[in-house]
Design a protein around this ligand. Structure first.
Ligand SMILES: [Zn+2]
Length: 321
């Protein structure tokens, strides 16, 4: 049982380096009320897009943000990129029109099996060719399995099969990859590395900082239901540079977060704030660069957030049941 969450903060860079951050958002289904936890209404989507337009955000192709990260350049803080995971048909039938209306680029990550085998909830190869006129299509595995529980050979076979089908049907070799369920660990990451993607994405809430983000572990924030408030909150994130989560994100089985440990390389920091879903923010002491907080906090949601804030910069992670 894993009830201890360990954060490692390798370094805190100078404040001016922390100013620039881009944001990447994830959607799944559009106007599909059968699945409220992965759905967004097009009405809500228009609200968000209008918010971006009014507030001076620039929606860029995802690859533009990745190019900045790979060149070690800052990502302008008004940059936003949109991603859509899985390849559900409702993107084609409902979502795409709104993206076209605003002329916003997007990247669709497909789980190839469901298109190849003509599952009725998923886009067809023909529809993908239409979608490709307006945005990019990238890779989200073949079978959308839990890589953490699959053997090395099974993962490789899954990747190879999906990539070959994308080549066959779209004549395309993907540059970008999203872990199914956002799940990965060191072993999985090592298997994916030789494929040479320009970037690999998870689904931890965060912003993208060109200098300190790792192209093999890019955060994205899911936008579902009617969380326009959250949407604005995410947009305001100035990500805490250099935070990485030492342990894989494991949901506490008894719903109690017992201990939160953070290490800061900057030994001069004396206080920080820790956030735990259902419990708000708590001020904690930092001693000699270390936070050891016996939180013992009960959580209620199936999807909880734990965050650390130092000098108004935030890093959040999501633990899902
Ligand atoms: Zn997915």
């Amino acid at each position: 049982m894993m009830t201890k969450v360990l954060f490692l903060l390798f370094s805190l860079l100078s404040p001016y380096l922390l100013l620039a951050d881009g944001h990447i958002f994830v959607y799944h289904r559009f106007d599909d009320n059968r699945y409220p936890t992965t759905n967004i209404s097009t009405k809500e989507l228009r609200k968000e897009f209008s918010y971006l337009k009014k507030n001076g955000y620039k929606v860029v192709p995802l690859i533009d943000i990745i190019t900045k990260v790979n060149n070690n350049e800052e990502v302008p803080k008004n940059w936003v990129a949109f991603t859509i995971d899985d390849g559900f048909k409702s993107f084609y039938t409902h979502g795409l029109a709104v993206f076209k209306e605003y002329n916003y680029p997007f990247t669709l990550f497909i789980a190839v099996k469901y298109t190849e085998e003509n599952y009725k909830d998923y886009v067809t190869w023909k529809q993908l060719k239409t979608i490709a006129k307006y945005g990019d299509i990238e890779f989200h595995s073949y079978g959308h399995g839990h890589f953490g529980q699959m053997s090395d050979e099974k993962i490789k076979a899954d990747m190879d099969k999906g990539l070959a089908l994308m080549k066959k049907h779209l004549n395309y070799e993907p540059n970008l990859f999203v872990y199914p369920y956002g799940e990965y660990d060191d072993r999985v990451a090592k298997i994916i590395e030789p494929y040479g993607f320009k970037a690999v994405f998870n689904q931890n809430i965060g912003a993208v900082h060109g200098v300190c983000s790792d192209a093999n572990d890019i955060d994205r924030s899911a936008v579902v239901g009617s969380n326009a408030h959250d949407f604005k909150l995410y947009l305001k994130f100035q990500e805490l540079c250099g935070v990485s989560f030492q342990q894989p994100a494991i949901y506490p089985k008894n719903k109690i977060v017992k201990t939160v440990e953070v290490t800061l390389e900057d030994k001069n920091i004396t206080s920080a704030d820790i956030f735990i879903s259902n419990n708000g923010w708590t001020k904690v002491k930092v001693k000699n660069g270390k936070i050891l907080w016996y939180a013992n906090k009960k959580v209620k949601l199936n999807r909880i957030k734990i965050g650390v804030k130092v000098k108004s910069k935030i890093k959040l992670m999501v633990l899902s049941k």
